[in-house]
Design a protein around this ligand. Sequence first.
Ligand SMILES: Cc1cc2nc3c(=O)[nH]c(=O)nc-3n(C[C@H](O)[C@H](O)[C@H](O)COP(=O)(O)OP(=O)(O)OC[C@H]3O[C@@H](n4cnc5c(N)ncnc54)[C@H](O)[C@@H]3O)c2cc1C
Length: 379
Amino acid sequence: MLVTSLRGDPKILPISAARQIASGVASRIQQTGDELSFPETDIAALDQYGLLHAPFPMEVGGEGLALGAAACDKLLHILRALGAGSLPLGRLFEGHVNAVALIGLYGTHEQLAALACRRASSALLAVWNTDDPSAPLRLISDGNGWRLMGRKVLCSGAGFIERPLVTARDESGRILMVMPYLRRGERADLSKWTPTGMQASATGSVDLSNLLVTNAELVGDEEDYHRQPAFSGGAWRFAAVHLGAMEALLDLCREHHLSTRRGAEPHQAARLAQGMTALETARLWVERAAFLAEVRNENAQATVAYVNLARLAVERAALDLIELVQRSIGLASFLRPHPVERITRDLATYLRQPAPDRALVAAAEWVLDCEQTIADLWS
Ligand SMILES: Cc1cc2nc3c(=O)[nH]c(=O)nc-3n(C[C@H](O)[C@H](O)[C@H](O)COP(=O)(O)OP(=O)(O)OC[C@H]3O[C@@H](n4cnc5c(N)ncnc54)[C@H](O)[C@@H]3O)c2cc1C
Protein backbone atom coordinates (compact mmCIF):
# COMPACT_ATOMS: atom_id res chain seq x y z
CA MET A 1 0.00 0.00 0.00
CA LEU A 2 1.32 3.43 -0.96
CA VAL A 3 1.00 4.99 2.49
CA THR A 4 3.19 2.26 3.90
CA SER A 5 5.74 2.49 1.14
CA LEU A 6 6.20 6.20 1.76
CA ARG A 7 6.43 5.85 5.51
CA GLY A 8 9.87 6.35 6.94
CA ASP A 9 10.74 9.28 4.74
CA PRO A 10 9.22 12.21 6.63
CA LYS A 11 11.56 14.74 5.05
CA ILE A 12 10.29 14.06 1.57
CA LEU A 13 9.67 17.35 -0.24
CA PRO A 14 6.05 18.23 -1.05
CA ILE A 15 6.53 18.08 -4.82
CA SER A 16 8.26 14.68 -4.65
CA ALA A 17 5.57 13.42 -2.28
CA ALA A 18 2.84 14.61 -4.67
CA ARG A 19 4.56 12.85 -7.58
CA GLN A 20 4.86 9.58 -5.63
CA ILE A 21 1.29 9.72 -4.42
CA ALA A 22 0.08 10.53 -7.94
CA SER A 23 1.96 7.70 -9.54
CA GLY A 24 0.70 5.35 -6.80
CA VAL A 25 -2.92 6.34 -7.49
CA ALA A 26 -2.56 5.94 -11.24
CA SER A 27 -1.05 2.46 -10.94
CA ARG A 28 -3.58 1.38 -8.30
CA ILE A 29 -6.50 2.42 -10.51
CA GLN A 30 -4.89 0.58 -13.42
CA GLN A 31 -4.40 -2.59 -11.36
CA THR A 32 -7.75 -2.67 -9.54
CA GLY A 33 -9.93 -0.94 -12.13
CA ASP A 34 -11.49 1.03 -9.27
CA GLU A 35 -11.81 4.58 -10.51
CA LEU A 36 -15.17 5.22 -8.85
CA SER A 37 -14.46 5.16 -5.11
CA PHE A 38 -13.68 8.31 -3.18
CA PRO A 39 -9.85 8.26 -2.82
CA GLU A 40 -9.65 8.00 0.99
CA THR A 41 -6.29 6.20 1.03
CA ASP A 42 -4.73 8.81 -1.21
CA ILE A 43 -6.10 11.64 0.91
CA ALA A 44 -4.61 9.93 3.96
CA ALA A 45 -1.29 9.84 2.08
CA LEU A 46 -1.61 13.55 1.27
CA ASP A 47 -2.13 14.22 4.95
CA GLN A 48 0.62 11.87 6.07
CA TYR A 49 3.18 13.63 3.91
CA GLY A 50 2.11 17.08 4.97
CA LEU A 51 0.44 18.08 1.72
CA LEU A 52 -2.87 19.00 3.39
CA HIS A 53 -0.95 21.05 5.93
CA ALA A 54 1.50 22.73 3.54
CA PRO A 55 -1.04 25.20 2.04
CA PHE A 56 -1.58 26.80 5.48
CA PRO A 57 0.38 29.96 6.34
CA MET A 58 3.67 29.57 8.19
CA GLU A 59 2.29 31.25 11.32
CA VAL A 60 0.14 28.16 11.90
CA GLY A 61 2.90 25.72 10.97
CA GLY A 62 2.20 25.32 7.24
CA GLU A 63 4.44 26.15 4.29
CA GLY A 64 2.31 28.99 2.95
CA LEU A 65 1.62 27.21 -0.33
CA ALA A 66 -1.94 28.46 -0.81
CA LEU A 67 -1.06 32.08 -1.47
CA GLY A 68 1.86 34.11 -2.76
CA ALA A 69 5.15 33.14 -4.34
CA ALA A 70 5.18 29.61 -2.90
CA ALA A 71 1.86 28.96 -4.64
CA CYS A 72 3.30 30.02 -7.95
CA ASP A 73 6.35 27.89 -7.44
CA LYS A 74 5.66 24.73 -5.42
CA LEU A 75 1.87 24.55 -5.49
CA LEU A 76 1.79 24.70 -9.27
CA HIS A 77 4.01 21.61 -9.49
CA ILE A 78 1.97 19.78 -6.85
CA LEU A 79 -1.32 20.47 -8.64
CA ARG A 80 0.21 19.35 -11.94
CA ALA A 81 1.60 16.18 -10.40
CA LEU A 82 -1.71 15.24 -8.79
CA GLY A 83 -3.63 16.03 -11.99
CA ALA A 84 -1.32 13.66 -13.87
CA GLY A 85 -2.06 10.84 -11.42
CA SER A 86 -5.76 11.31 -10.82
CA LEU A 87 -8.01 14.21 -11.75
CA PRO A 88 -10.53 13.45 -8.97
CA LEU A 89 -7.72 13.55 -6.38
CA GLY A 90 -6.35 16.72 -7.98
CA ARG A 91 -9.82 18.32 -7.83
CA LEU A 92 -10.24 17.44 -4.16
CA PHE A 93 -6.82 18.83 -3.29
CA GLU A 94 -7.51 21.98 -5.34
CA GLY A 95 -10.74 22.51 -3.37
CA HIS A 96 -8.77 22.13 -0.13
CA VAL A 97 -6.23 24.75 -1.24
CA ASN A 98 -9.04 27.09 -2.31
CA ALA A 99 -10.58 26.85 1.15
CA VAL A 100 -7.23 27.49 2.88
CA ALA A 101 -6.58 30.46 0.57
CA LEU A 102 -9.99 32.01 1.35
CA ILE A 103 -9.58 31.52 5.09
CA GLY A 104 -6.03 32.88 4.82
CA LEU A 105 -7.28 35.99 3.08
CA TYR A 106 -10.45 36.67 5.05
CA GLY A 107 -10.58 34.44 8.12
CA THR A 108 -9.02 34.84 11.54
CA HIS A 109 -5.81 33.42 12.96
CA GLU A 110 -7.92 31.28 15.33
CA GLN A 111 -9.86 29.78 12.44
CA LEU A 112 -6.67 28.96 10.55
CA ALA A 113 -5.00 27.52 13.63
CA ALA A 114 -8.00 25.30 14.44
CA LEU A 115 -8.22 23.95 10.87
CA ALA A 116 -4.47 23.47 10.56
CA CYS A 117 -4.43 21.01 13.47
CA ARG A 118 -7.04 18.70 11.96
CA ARG A 119 -5.57 15.41 10.94
CA ALA A 120 -6.13 12.44 8.65
CA SER A 121 -9.31 12.28 6.63
CA SER A 122 -11.00 15.12 8.54
CA ALA A 123 -8.23 17.51 7.48
CA LEU A 124 -9.53 17.81 3.91
CA LEU A 125 -11.46 21.05 3.30
CA ALA A 126 -13.63 22.16 0.40
CA VAL A 127 -15.47 25.19 -0.99
CA TRP A 128 -19.10 24.64 -1.89
CA ASN A 129 -20.56 27.62 -3.66
CA THR A 130 -23.09 26.22 -6.12
CA ASP A 131 -26.67 26.54 -4.85
CA ASP A 132 -29.53 24.24 -5.62
CA PRO A 133 -31.69 26.72 -7.60
CA SER A 134 -34.80 25.40 -5.83
CA ALA A 135 -33.30 25.81 -2.32
CA PRO A 136 -30.41 28.32 -2.30
CA LEU A 137 -28.55 28.36 0.99
CA ARG A 138 -29.72 31.04 3.44
CA LEU A 139 -28.52 32.21 6.85
CA ILE A 140 -31.34 32.99 9.20
CA SER A 141 -30.63 34.67 12.53
CA ASP A 142 -31.42 32.40 15.44
CA GLY A 143 -30.79 33.60 18.98
CA ASN A 144 -27.15 34.65 19.22
CA GLY A 145 -26.20 32.75 16.08
CA TRP A 146 -27.62 31.55 12.81
CA ARG A 147 -29.55 28.70 11.25
CA LEU A 148 -28.71 27.44 7.75
CA MET A 149 -31.55 26.59 5.38
CA GLY A 150 -31.12 25.18 1.88
CA ARG A 151 -28.97 22.93 -0.26
CA LYS A 152 -25.68 23.10 -2.10
CA VAL A 153 -25.14 21.09 -5.29
CA LEU A 154 -21.93 20.02 -7.06
CA CYS A 155 -20.11 19.68 -3.76
CA SER A 156 -16.89 17.70 -4.20
CA GLY A 157 -16.33 15.33 -1.31
CA ALA A 158 -20.04 15.32 -0.35
CA GLY A 159 -20.51 12.95 2.57
CA PHE A 160 -16.77 12.97 3.35
CA ILE A 161 -15.85 16.59 4.04
CA GLU A 162 -16.56 17.61 7.64
CA ARG A 163 -15.70 21.34 7.50
CA PRO A 164 -16.74 22.76 4.11
CA LEU A 165 -16.61 26.46 3.43
CA VAL A 166 -20.04 27.37 2.01
CA THR A 167 -21.55 30.61 0.76
CA ALA A 168 -24.96 31.67 2.07
CA ARG A 169 -27.16 34.75 1.79
CA ASP A 170 -28.43 36.32 5.00
CA GLU A 171 -31.79 38.00 5.52
CA SER A 172 -30.48 41.39 4.40
CA GLY A 173 -29.12 39.91 1.16
CA ARG A 174 -25.43 39.80 2.12
CA ILE A 175 -23.41 36.84 0.84
CA LEU A 176 -21.29 35.42 3.65
CA MET A 177 -18.94 32.47 4.02
CA VAL A 178 -19.66 29.90 6.73
CA MET A 179 -17.88 26.76 7.90
CA PRO A 180 -20.47 24.50 9.50
CA TYR A 181 -19.63 21.22 11.21
CA LEU A 182 -20.84 18.13 9.35
CA ARG A 183 -20.70 14.45 10.18
CA ARG A 184 -19.46 11.96 7.60
CA GLY A 185 -22.15 10.21 5.63
CA GLU A 186 -24.86 12.63 6.69
CA ARG A 187 -26.89 15.08 4.59
CA ALA A 188 -25.16 14.13 1.34
CA ASP A 189 -26.86 12.75 -1.74
CA LEU A 190 -24.73 11.29 -4.51
CA SER A 191 -27.62 9.73 -6.43
CA LYS A 192 -27.57 12.40 -9.15
CA TRP A 193 -23.77 12.39 -9.51
CA THR A 194 -23.73 10.11 -12.55
CA PRO A 195 -21.02 11.73 -14.71
CA THR A 196 -19.04 10.08 -17.48
CA GLY A 197 -15.82 11.09 -15.64
CA MET A 198 -14.68 12.37 -12.22
CA GLN A 199 -17.02 10.00 -10.38
CA ALA A 200 -14.53 9.52 -7.53
CA SER A 201 -14.68 13.21 -6.63
CA ALA A 202 -18.08 12.46 -5.00
CA THR A 203 -19.56 15.72 -6.26
CA GLY A 204 -23.03 15.44 -4.78
CA SER A 205 -25.63 17.66 -3.17
CA VAL A 206 -25.68 18.45 0.54
CA ASP A 207 -28.72 19.56 2.51
CA LEU A 208 -27.55 21.95 5.21
CA SER A 209 -31.01 22.85 6.52
CA ASN A 210 -31.37 23.45 10.25
CA LEU A 211 -27.66 23.37 11.00
CA LEU A 212 -26.87 25.94 13.67
CA VAL A 213 -23.75 28.06 13.28
CA THR A 214 -22.18 30.66 15.52
CA ASN A 215 -20.41 33.88 14.62
CA ALA A 216 -17.12 32.02 15.14
CA GLU A 217 -17.98 29.90 12.11
CA LEU A 218 -18.46 32.88 9.80
CA VAL A 219 -15.41 33.58 7.62
CA GLY A 220 -14.64 37.12 6.54
CA ASP A 221 -17.20 39.74 5.71
CA GLU A 222 -19.96 40.54 3.26
CA GLU A 223 -19.03 39.70 -0.36
CA ASP A 224 -15.47 38.65 0.51
CA TYR A 225 -16.05 35.43 -1.41
CA HIS A 226 -16.51 37.31 -4.69
CA ARG A 227 -13.72 39.83 -4.02
CA GLN A 228 -11.33 40.16 -6.94
CA PRO A 229 -8.73 39.23 -7.98
CA ALA A 230 -8.87 36.16 -5.69
CA PHE A 231 -12.32 35.02 -6.90
CA SER A 232 -11.46 34.68 -10.60
CA GLY A 233 -7.68 34.70 -10.20
CA GLY A 234 -7.68 31.37 -8.33
CA ALA A 235 -8.83 29.66 -11.54
CA TRP A 236 -5.16 29.13 -12.45
CA ARG A 237 -5.17 26.33 -9.87
CA PHE A 238 -7.75 24.13 -11.58
CA ALA A 239 -6.05 24.90 -14.92
CA ALA A 240 -2.82 23.55 -13.38
CA VAL A 241 -4.60 20.29 -12.50
CA HIS A 242 -5.90 20.10 -16.10
CA LEU A 243 -2.33 20.67 -17.32
CA GLY A 244 -1.08 17.68 -15.33
CA ALA A 245 -3.65 15.41 -16.97
CA MET A 246 -2.64 16.75 -20.40
CA GLU A 247 0.96 15.81 -19.66
CA ALA A 248 -0.09 12.30 -18.66
CA LEU A 249 -2.11 11.94 -21.87
CA LEU A 250 0.77 12.93 -24.09
CA ASP A 251 3.14 10.61 -22.22
CA LEU A 252 0.73 7.74 -22.87
CA CYS A 253 0.43 8.69 -26.53
CA ARG A 254 4.20 8.68 -26.92
CA GLU A 255 4.40 5.29 -25.16
CA HIS A 256 1.83 3.98 -27.62
CA HIS A 257 3.90 5.20 -30.57
CA LEU A 258 7.06 3.65 -29.17
CA SER A 259 5.44 0.29 -28.45
CA THR A 260 3.64 0.10 -31.81
CA ARG A 261 6.55 1.66 -33.73
CA ARG A 262 4.09 3.98 -35.43
CA GLY A 263 5.47 7.29 -34.24
CA ALA A 264 7.67 8.03 -37.23
CA GLU A 265 4.80 7.91 -39.69
CA PRO A 266 4.42 11.56 -40.82
CA HIS A 267 0.79 11.98 -39.76
CA GLN A 268 1.46 10.47 -36.35
CA ALA A 269 4.60 12.57 -35.93
CA ALA A 270 2.68 15.71 -36.89
CA ARG A 271 -0.04 14.98 -34.31
CA LEU A 272 2.56 14.33 -31.61
CA ALA A 273 4.19 17.66 -32.39
CA GLN A 274 0.80 19.42 -32.42
CA GLY A 275 0.07 17.80 -29.07
CA MET A 276 3.33 19.17 -27.69
CA THR A 277 2.36 22.63 -28.94
CA ALA A 278 -1.03 22.41 -27.22
CA LEU A 279 0.63 21.23 -24.02
CA GLU A 280 3.30 23.90 -24.04
CA THR A 281 0.66 26.56 -24.77
CA ALA A 282 -1.27 25.42 -21.70
CA ARG A 283 1.88 25.33 -19.55
CA LEU A 284 2.94 28.85 -20.49
CA TRP A 285 -0.54 30.26 -19.81
CA VAL A 286 -0.81 28.49 -16.45
CA GLU A 287 2.63 29.57 -15.28
CA ARG A 288 2.07 33.22 -16.24
CA ALA A 289 -1.42 33.19 -14.71
CA ALA A 290 -0.01 31.82 -11.45
CA PHE A 291 2.73 34.44 -11.50
CA LEU A 292 0.33 37.33 -12.10
CA ALA A 293 -2.19 36.09 -9.52
CA GLU A 294 0.24 35.11 -6.78
CA VAL A 295 3.40 37.14 -7.22
CA ARG A 296 2.82 40.29 -9.23
CA ASN A 297 -0.83 40.93 -8.36
CA GLU A 298 -0.56 44.69 -8.88
CA ASN A 299 -3.68 45.29 -10.91
CA ALA A 300 -6.72 43.23 -9.96
CA GLN A 301 -8.57 43.73 -13.25
CA ALA A 302 -5.52 42.87 -15.34
CA THR A 303 -4.97 39.70 -13.30
CA VAL A 304 -8.59 38.64 -13.62
CA ALA A 305 -8.58 39.21 -17.39
CA TYR A 306 -5.36 37.23 -17.81
CA VAL A 307 -6.52 34.30 -15.68
CA ASN A 308 -9.87 34.24 -17.50
CA LEU A 309 -8.02 33.97 -20.81
CA ALA A 310 -5.63 31.39 -19.35
CA ARG A 311 -8.37 29.04 -18.18
CA LEU A 312 -10.02 29.22 -21.62
CA ALA A 313 -6.70 28.75 -23.45
CA VAL A 314 -6.04 25.65 -21.33
CA GLU A 315 -9.57 24.37 -21.99
CA ARG A 316 -9.06 24.80 -25.76
CA ALA A 317 -5.60 23.20 -25.65
CA ALA A 318 -6.92 20.26 -23.62
CA LEU A 319 -9.85 19.66 -25.98
CA ASP A 320 -7.44 19.76 -28.94
CA LEU A 321 -5.08 17.37 -27.19
CA ILE A 322 -7.87 14.91 -26.40
CA GLU A 323 -8.78 14.81 -30.10
CA LEU A 324 -5.16 14.45 -31.22
CA VAL A 325 -4.47 11.61 -28.78
CA GLN A 326 -7.69 9.77 -29.61
CA ARG A 327 -6.99 10.03 -33.35
CA SER A 328 -3.40 8.88 -32.87
CA ILE A 329 -4.16 5.82 -30.73
CA GLY A 330 -7.48 5.07 -32.36
CA LEU A 331 -10.19 2.79 -30.99
CA ALA A 332 -7.93 1.35 -28.28
CA SER A 333 -8.10 4.72 -26.53
CA PHE A 334 -11.86 4.22 -26.08
CA LEU A 335 -11.57 0.73 -24.59
CA ARG A 336 -11.35 0.13 -20.85
CA PRO A 337 -8.98 -0.29 -19.08
CA HIS A 338 -6.77 1.81 -21.35
CA PRO A 339 -5.68 4.73 -19.13
CA VAL A 340 -6.29 7.19 -21.97
CA GLU A 341 -9.95 6.19 -21.90
CA ARG A 342 -10.27 7.14 -18.22
CA ILE A 343 -8.18 10.30 -18.37
CA THR A 344 -10.00 11.72 -21.39
CA ARG A 345 -13.36 11.11 -19.69
CA ASP A 346 -12.20 12.71 -16.44
CA LEU A 347 -10.58 15.64 -18.23
CA ALA A 348 -13.55 16.35 -20.50
CA THR A 349 -15.80 16.40 -17.42
CA TYR A 350 -13.51 18.50 -15.24
CA LEU A 351 -12.97 21.02 -18.05
CA ARG A 352 -16.57 22.13 -17.46
CA GLN A 353 -16.07 25.15 -15.27
CA PRO A 354 -18.45 28.02 -14.51
CA ALA A 355 -19.54 30.55 -17.11
CA PRO A 356 -16.83 30.18 -19.78
CA ASP A 357 -18.59 32.62 -22.16
CA ARG A 358 -18.72 35.28 -19.45
CA ALA A 359 -14.99 34.79 -18.73
CA LEU A 360 -14.19 35.33 -22.42
CA VAL A 361 -16.39 38.39 -22.84
CA ALA A 362 -15.17 39.94 -19.57
CA ALA A 363 -11.56 39.62 -20.73
CA ALA A 364 -12.42 41.21 -24.09
CA GLU A 365 -14.23 44.07 -22.34
CA TRP A 366 -11.19 44.76 -20.19
CA VAL A 367 -8.90 44.78 -23.25
CA LEU A 368 -11.27 47.20 -25.02
CA ASP A 369 -11.28 49.57 -22.05
CA CYS A 370 -7.51 49.56 -21.49
CA GLU A 371 -5.49 52.56 -22.48
CA GLN A 372 -2.16 50.74 -22.86
CA THR A 373 -1.04 49.28 -26.15
CA ILE A 374 -1.72 45.58 -26.50
CA ALA A 375 2.01 44.92 -26.08
CA ASP A 376 1.93 46.55 -22.63
CA LEU A 377 -1.24 44.93 -21.25
CA TRP A 378 0.47 42.53 -18.85
CA SER A 379 4.08 43.64 -19.14
C1 LIG B 1 -15.78 17.40 -11.02
C2 LIG B 1 -16.42 18.67 -10.57
C3 LIG B 1 -16.35 19.04 -9.25
C4 LIG B 1 -16.96 20.22 -8.80
N1 LIG B 1 -16.88 20.54 -7.48
C5 LIG B 1 -17.43 21.68 -7.04
C6 LIG B 1 -17.34 22.07 -5.67
O1 LIG B 1 -16.74 21.38 -4.84
N2 LIG B 1 -17.91 23.24 -5.28
C7 LIG B 1 -18.62 24.01 -6.17
O2 LIG B 1 -19.13 25.05 -5.76
N3 LIG B 1 -18.74 23.66 -7.46
C8 LIG B 1 -18.15 22.54 -7.91
N4 LIG B 1 -18.27 22.19 -9.24
C9 LIG B 1 -19.08 23.04 -10.11
C10 LIG B 1 -18.22 23.97 -10.95
O3 LIG B 1 -17.62 24.93 -10.12
C11 LIG B 1 -19.10 24.68 -11.97
O4 LIG B 1 -20.15 25.35 -11.34
C12 LIG B 1 -19.70 23.72 -12.95
O5 LIG B 1 -18.76 22.76 -13.35
C13 LIG B 1 -20.15 24.51 -14.16
O6 LIG B 1 -20.90 23.66 -14.93
P1 LIG B 1 -21.60 24.11 -16.25
O7 LIG B 1 -20.78 23.65 -17.42
O8 LIG B 1 -23.00 23.64 -16.19
O9 LIG B 1 -21.50 25.73 -16.19
P2 LIG B 1 -22.35 26.88 -16.66
O10 LIG B 1 -21.77 28.11 -16.06
O11 LIG B 1 -23.83 26.66 -16.44
O12 LIG B 1 -22.06 26.88 -18.20
C14 LIG B 1 -22.71 26.06 -19.17
C15 LIG B 1 -22.85 26.87 -20.44
O13 LIG B 1 -23.83 27.92 -20.24
C16 LIG B 1 -23.25 29.20 -20.46
N5 LIG B 1 -23.89 30.11 -19.50
C17 LIG B 1 -23.61 30.26 -18.19
N6 LIG B 1 -24.43 31.20 -17.64
C18 LIG B 1 -25.25 31.60 -18.63
C19 LIG B 1 -26.33 32.53 -18.70
N7 LIG B 1 -26.72 33.21 -17.62
N8 LIG B 1 -26.96 32.70 -19.87
C20 LIG B 1 -26.59 32.00 -20.97
N9 LIG B 1 -25.58 31.09 -20.97
C21 LIG B 1 -24.92 30.90 -19.82
C22 LIG B 1 -21.76 28.98 -20.24
O14 LIG B 1 -20.95 29.97 -20.85
C23 LIG B 1 -21.57 27.61 -20.87
O15 LIG B 1 -21.53 27.70 -22.26
C24 LIG B 1 -17.66 21.03 -9.71
C25 LIG B 1 -17.70 20.68 -11.07
C26 LIG B 1 -17.08 19.52 -11.50
C27 LIG B 1 -17.14 19.17 -12.96
